[in-house]
Design a binder for this molecule. Structure first.
Ligand SMILES: [Cu+2]
Length: 212
């Protein structure tokens, strides 16, 4: 494992790290240089509401596609309702995920509350934790649309070697354990860890990895 140069902590160089939200499109590129954006900043990396993207997002078959840049990541996704939401009190990942590997990671069929109606505005907040215990944030602004289709097969996929487990779920637990995160995707190539929930399919495409 390589050492992290101390110079990185002085600021320059950190911008290529952390993670990206590919779908729904993030509010703005929080890794962009020459901004005050900072993924350490709650709730949305310092990106003001209305800065950029807003995506029509399906009520049925909602998925979130990420590009993770760290070797492993604790991950959860919250939903805040309304324009310029500040209360992200709806959990779309009721159980904390531990994602191993860097690259593309996609979760399908997120459990959208049944009370959500067509045209409801909201913001998705993606939170990751790494080794330091500190959290990183990114947001994506959305409008729920019943007419919008879920991402088709193949577009919501994991990079090779990117897998996820449910934190706290015993690896040897019985088959009666409910599947925590709704996910219709098949279990992909996997063998090292039993009882692993693979979220999304594994594609034979190795992304350019930005470790730092
Ligand atoms: Cu980072």
């Amino acid at each position: 494992m390589r050492a992290v140069p101390l110079a990185l902590f002085s600021g320059v160089g950190l911008v290529s790290a952390h993670f990206q939200v590919d779908y729904p499109a993030w509010r703005a590129d929080s890794l962009a240089e020459n901004t005050t954006y900072d993924q350490w900043d709650y709730p949305c990396a310092g990106v003001p509401y209305g800065t950029g993207n807003k995506t029509e997002w399906p009520i049925q078959g909602a998925s979130v596609a990420l590009d993770l840049h760290h070797p492993w990541t604790y991950l959860y996704i919250n939903l805040g309702l309304g324009e310029n939401a500040t209360n992200f009190n709806i959990s779309l990942t009721p159980q904390l995920l531990n994602v191993t590997g860097s690259g593309n990671f996609c979760i399908t069929d997120l459990p959208i509350p049944s009370t959500i109606a067509d045209g409801q505005a909201g913001t998705i907040q993606v939170v990751t934790n790494g080794q330091s215990g500190s959290a990183l944030y990114n947001c994506a602004d959305i409008v729920f649309r019943s007419s919008v289709q879920a991402l088709s097969d193949g577009t919501c996929a994991n990079s090779t070697g990117v897998t996820a487990t449910i934190v706290g779920q015993a690896a040897t637990s019985s088959s009666s354990t409910p599947t925590p995160t709704p996910n219709s995707a098949p279990v992909g190539a996997l063998g090292s860890v039993p009882r692993v929930a693979v979220l999304g399919t594994v594609i034979a495409l190795i992304q350019g990895v930005m470790m730092l």
